[in-house]
Design a protein around this ligand. Structure first.
Ligand SMILES: NC(=O)c1ccc[n+]([C@@H]2O[C@H](COP(=O)([O-])OP(=O)(O)OC[C@H]3O[C@@H](n4cnc5c(N)ncnc54)[C@H](O)[C@@H]3O)[C@@H](O)[C@H]2O)c1
Ligand SMILES: O=P(O)(O)OC[C@@H](O)[C@@H](O)[C@H](O)[C@H](O)CO
Length: 523
């Protein structure tokens, strides 16, 4: 994101968006249709990135516009140094920002969102964050802290108590720095003051995100104080939820075009696609906003929806980003305009992901898959391949490796999933097919790049990393498919590899007629 956070405009003299200027916004731009002074905080949200502002904050705002959820306003919290920027901007803009929905036909709808009423930057005011969470009015603490934020072992799924920040937060009396430290201290104060526990609502792309949150927060609390751990286990509810709305990183052009549309300077607007989905388990002991009145679904079992979304949408994002980057694309819709990429994704979804899904109530999976292709192809969203290529080590093990394992166990196809893993390994060499450097963004970057650069001589080196892949390298069928794909990437490149992978007339044979290994043999 670029732009200035000092209230001045780089290019124009437009006034700054704030509570005192919002009524001057141009006609055609939505603005809060409620009195923000009537609102009270019910939700503390950690990780106010683009997604939260396009999804949950939009949903709560929509309720407020209907005169609902006035006691469910949001207080944002940032824990990382990188959140200082949004703190500065939100302070100047009274936490107001513009959300622009970009339709595939080029229509745009902009709304100033007013549901976030306060923002606390934890490193500067840790006590205020803890007290805000401990306040009786706070009934939900929600999270979009990325997959990495949950600090669990990629293979075992167990909480990693050895992470240095966790070790520091476990020292008695330590001022917290991690989400675990903050949430646990706030829960301790609530318990000691006789205030019931808030609900912890994960909105991150993790299968069983509520179960995962329960595991890691309870593990931390038990390590901090076994009695508190037991209280957390007994008293805190962690509903699972599936969240969906493609929200790219805000670009300089988004900032400029928002200013033109709004007539006011917004330093950090958000853009997103029109699609919105939020499927939540209804387990909120202290209540919740009536989100079903703003497009969310309350269900008894989120798992089928999660599996569908993570294994079709998010794993397909992985399927397109490395192949797309190596083929020379930098924007998602440009990659999707390449028929090889579209066909490859549909083949992965049909042959390898779909057999691992459960029936999803009310969803036609074929239609869902084609809708995904349309969503990825929306040229106005301008999602970047770079966003999808980042932090792969937090994504592939969670979204794609489970598909591979289930397919191997069932004797199903794995050639296309193996090729996606190989495309990541090839990308991690950090040099593209023209010999230009690739900027690999990953918490394990140094380790991964070093290993990937040995794989010309040692083709299985990358997947022998047990922390990411467990024992997958020892599975002969997967290892064979993977090495063929990697060899092809090295010899003929990404585009030709895709052509070969999808070369057979997909759909021309019934599953019984296609041996599981057939597409593995094509390379
Ligand atoms: N962007 C999307 O299209 C999208 C869609 C569905 C779900 N999501 C989920 O939302 C998450 C965030 O996406 P985004 O687009 O808002 O990203 P973003 O980079 O705009 O914001 C990420 C936020 O998470 C915080 N964060 C990161 N690591 C943290 C940690 N260890 N502890 C505490 N806070 C941490 C950051 O400080 C930041 O506020 C994704 O990782 C995903 O799980 C995103
Ligand atoms: O945000 P991440 O890191 O979980 O994953 C990257 C994308 O796949 C993801 O953001 C999707 O755009 C999103 O999940 C769509 O709802």
């Amino acid at each position: 994101m670029i732009g200035r956070a000092d209230g001045a405009s780089d290019e124009t003299s437009a006034r700054r968006l704030s509570a005192s200027t919002v009524d001057e916004a141009n006609d055609g731009v939505g603005r809060p249709e409620f009195d923000r002074s009537d609102l009270s905080v019910g939700i503390v949200h950690v990780g106010v990135g683009g997604f939260h502002r396009a999804h949950m904050a939009m949903c709560v705002d929509s309720l407020m516009s209907q005169g609902l959820a006035l006691d469910w306003a949001i207080c944002g919290v940032g824990l990382l140094e990188s959140d200082r920027r949004i703190k500065t901007i939100f302070d100047a803009q009274d936490c107001l920002y513009t959300l622009t929905v970009k339709h595939p036909d080029g229509r745009e709808e902009s709304t100033v969102i007013g549901s976030i009423v306060d923002y606390l930057f934890a490193p500067d005011e840790p006590e205020a964050v803890i007290e805000r969470m401990a306040h009786p009015g706070t009934r939900i603490v929600s999270l979009t802290i990325t997959e990495g934020g949950y600090n669990f072992d990629r293979v075992t799924g167990e909480f990693d108590a050895t992470a240095p920040a966790v070790v520091s937060d476990l020292v008695p009396g330590a001022v917290p720095t991690t989400v675990f430290g903050y949430v646990t201290e706030a829960l301790r104060r609530r318990r000691d003051r006789g205030i019931p526990a808030f609900t912890v609502l994960s909105c991150d792309n993790i299968q069983g995100n509520g179960h995962m949150a329960a595991r890691v927060f309870t593990a931390f609390a038990e390590l901090k104080d076994p009695a508190l751990g037991a209280w957390v286990r007994e008293n805190v509810s962690f509903p699972n939820s599936m969240v969906d709305r493609i929200t790219p990183v805000t670009s300089a052009e988004d900032v400029a075009s928002t200013e033109r549309r709004l007539g006011l300077k917004d330093e950090w607007p958000v853009v997103c696609e029109p699609f919105f989905q939020w499927v939540i388990e209804d387990d909120f002991p202290l209540g919740r906003p009536p989100v079903e009145r703003a497009g969310a679904q309350l269900v008894g079992d989120v798992e089928p929806y999660e599996l569908m979304k993570l294994r079709l949408l998010n794993a397909s994002h992985q399927g397109l980003c490395y192949f797309g980057y190596l083929s020379g694309y930098r924007l998602v819709h440009d990659a999707l305009a390449d028929p090889l990429i579209e066909t490859f994704l549909l083949a992965y979804m049909d042959r390898e992901a779909t057999p691992t899904l459960r029936p999803v109530p009310g969803v036609d999976l074929d239609k869902y898959k084609h809708t995904l292709i349309e969503r990825f192809s929306n040229p106005f969203v301008r999602d970047t391949i770079a966003r999808l290529c980042a932090e792969s080590s937090d994504r592939i093990p969670k979204w794609l490796v489970p598909v591979i394992r289930e397919q191997l166990d069932a004797g199903g196809e794995v050639a296309l999933s193996a090729a996606i893993v190989a495309s990541w390994a090839r990308y991690a060499e950090a040099i593209d097919e023209q010999g230009e450097p690739i900027t690999v963004v990953d918490p394990l970057r140094d380790e991964l790049v070093a290993i990937a650069q040995t794989q010309h001589d040692d083709p299985l080196a990358f997947i022998r990393n047990r922390a990411l892949f467990g024992d997958l390298a020892e599975n002969a069928r997967f290892a064979d498919a993977y090495s063929r794909a990697l060899h092809s990437l090295h010899t003929v490149g990404a585009h030709e590899t895709l052509r070969t992978l999808i070369g057979a007339p997909i759909g021309a044979s019934t599953p019984d007629e296609v041996h599981p290994n057939e597409s593995e043999k094509k390379l």
